[in-house]
Design a protein around this ligand. Structure first.
Ligand code: IDP
Length: 154
């Protein structure tokens, strides 16, 4: 992986799967020019969900959040590209979909904060932690897109 490249963890939450939004969200990341290097449909264990959301332990919405994220399958993904961590957060939009900008995933596709369709790592450190929580090493597949020269100047 070149120095410019980084990876982020993206999860399509159970509401995205139930509402048939999986293709729509993946389309946006592909169209932007990012590279998919990991993808699986999983029903997360309570342990995984609690570890993933450990920073929110003790907050009023924590139990509901863990119940929700473990309620059905989640599409867990790793996306790679230049600046992908911060850029994915912009594509996703603000946490509360009622205040997310139109044009963002949450702004266009969600209403309630507890049903906001998608998770994206908030920093490169979080991304590393979350990728190793959700994926084994052999589950990440690096490859060279033929479009590289048309997405990147150098
Ligand atoms: P983020 O997903 O935009 O990074 P965080 O503040 O890390 O936002 O919160 C994690 C998740 O917890 C949110 O995506 C949302 O699903 C849920 N959440 C956050 N705040 C609330 C709340 O006030 N009520 C219900 N759910 C919340």
């Amino acid at each position: 992986m070149s120095a410019q490249q980084e990876r982020t963890f993206i999860a399509l939450k159970p509401d995205a799967v139930q509402r048939n939004l999986v293709g729509e969200v993946i389309r946006r990341f592909e169209a932007k020019g990012f590279k998919l290097v990991g993808l699986k449909l999983v029903k997360p264990s309570v342990e995984t969900a609690e570890e993933h959301y450990a920073e929110h332990k003790g907050k009023g919405f924590y139990k509901g959040l863990v119940d929700f994220i473990t309620s059905g399958p989640v599409v867990a993904m790793v996306w790679q590209g230049k600046g992908v961590v911060a850029s994915a957060r912009k594509l996703i939009g603000a946490t509360n979909p009622l205040t997310s900008e139109p044009g963002t995933i949450r702004g266009d596709l969600a209403v309630d904060v507890g049903r906001n369709v998608i998770h994206g790592s908030d920093s490169t450190d979080s991304a590393q932690r979350e990728i190793s929580l959700w994926f084994k090493e052999g589950e990440i597949a690096d490859w060279t897109p033929v479009s590289n020269a048309w997405v990147y100047e150098n």
